[in-house]
Design a protein around this ligand. Sequence first.
Ligand SMILES: Nc1nc2c(ncn2[C@@H]2O[C@H](COP(=O)(O)OP(=O)(O)OP(=O)(O)O)[C@@H](O)[C@H]2O)c(=O)[nH]1
Ligand SMILES: [Mg+2]
Length: 504
Amino acid sequence: MPATLSPRPVLSALSRSDDPLTRAMAPPENESPVDRETRLTTERQAKARSDAIDEELKRAQRKGPKPVKIMLLGQSESGKTTTLKMFQAFRAKPHECQAFHAERASWRAVVQYNVVRSIRIIVEAITAAEAAASLKAPFPSQTKYSAYAPKVQPIEPPTPPSEYPPLTEEHLLLKMRLSPLSQVEASLVRQLTLSVPSDYDAPSSSKEPKGPEKEMYVSSSGQWKHIFSKLVNDTRNSFESQDIIDWNNPNDPGVILHACADDMKKLWQDPIIQQLLRVQKLRIEEVAGFFLDSLDRVTAPRYVPSDDDILRARLKTLGVTEYRFTPETSGGFLSSPSTEWCIYDVGGQRSLVTAWAPFFDDINAVIFLAAISCFDQSLAEDESINRLEDSVQLWKSIIQNPLLKNANLVLFLNKCDVLKAKLQSGIRLADYVMSYGNRPNDFASASKYLKKKFSGIHRDFSVEARPLYCHFTQVIDTKSTTLILHSVQDMLLRGNLKKSSLTI
Ligand SMILES: Nc1nc2c(ncn2[C@@H]2O[C@H](COP(=O)(O)OP(=O)(O)OP(=O)(O)O)[C@@H](O)[C@H]2O)c(=O)[nH]1
Ligand SMILES: [Mg+2]
């Protein structure tokens, strides 16, 4: 005899005539034994289906709420990927951090690429000075360096070559001795890209660059790291990079870099070269991925990048990278249930902005990064456009976008360390931002002014009335950024829980 199925017991307790629904649901009074068996089988199957659905729902609930979706937006070089690295290294649960640390081998190649790239800027500056001296050529065009060097708004005319400091035999000798670095650069490009971009002009000592060079990029920060799988021992059971890198590989770019270390240092520290860079208005220290002050360390045999090196290493993003993780919570109520986060890191170059929109749907929060130190630079893509002004316009278009009207807005006014250093070195904000007027040229006044500018745009143009969470950041600084990400995380989790009708 099959077990009685719900709602039989209730039915039997009711008089059939009490309620039309009960009557309708009741089995016919003259039901035959065969019909009864068929009916009970059908009911059992329906119950099994219903139980399966309940179990699936319970499993989904156990898995926790929907992931919190966050987009990192902002202009190129504003610090989006660096912020993502901060999430990966310091806000994820320990086993997820481990994967980040295992990527040190990959980041080692990026640091090496950044070093070689900086040296190439200097070598090209020497070549330009040589050409100017021997051929009495017209002004060497600054656009030659446009992909690398932070460009200054054309307020001052370029320095005439007659004012270039005279180079010595020693400089030319150094340049020659460093020529093997062009092979290292080509080899690193091969390692770091799945295929060399067709418009990438592989450097060659015998060839002058043709027009503006392209900065190397990766199509997605996830993909390129797989290339380094060949560096990983099959029998690896350790996440330590020392175990991952093949230190005996004679073709490792680190071998030539180590051999050239003294010459690179001599070149970078030479006072005449420093002066040459100054007159050519090449501020290499401000180029993303600057490691020339750490040459001893980063060219040492068995060099493995520190967390700090990874945060400073520069590789442009092309496309959209998705990173999922479960954040470490502060404990207490918010630590349960643990919500998964899904972070999208996009390429900020102008031509890539149109690729962002398909990801806007369902986004919980936008972290917009504005590099407020870039007030005296122009866009790599268009020298006539001031970077800060471009960032303001981008911010305006994001807060006006109807697809993002439900997204929480977090604004990182980033690169505060660079802004401070620039103002202290005497570069005047008022020379580039006319409305700054005669306010003091210090960090306190400049940062206050810039915050007002960005929050004023939010107040006047936001498609929806919503709060703005604004932070002054320098996302290469782990301590302060960890605290800020912590507060952003709590703010978003609270918002997310509220939306799911859970009170906190
Ligand atoms: N000094 C300093 N450097 C920073 C800061 N934030 C980012 N950087 C550096 O700036 C460079 C560019 O940062 P990324 O995070 O790659 O920039 P991005 O926004 O991802 O750029 P795209 O991928 O081109 O869109 C890197 O070398 C970072 O180390 C900061 O607050 N201070
Ligand atoms: Mg990036």
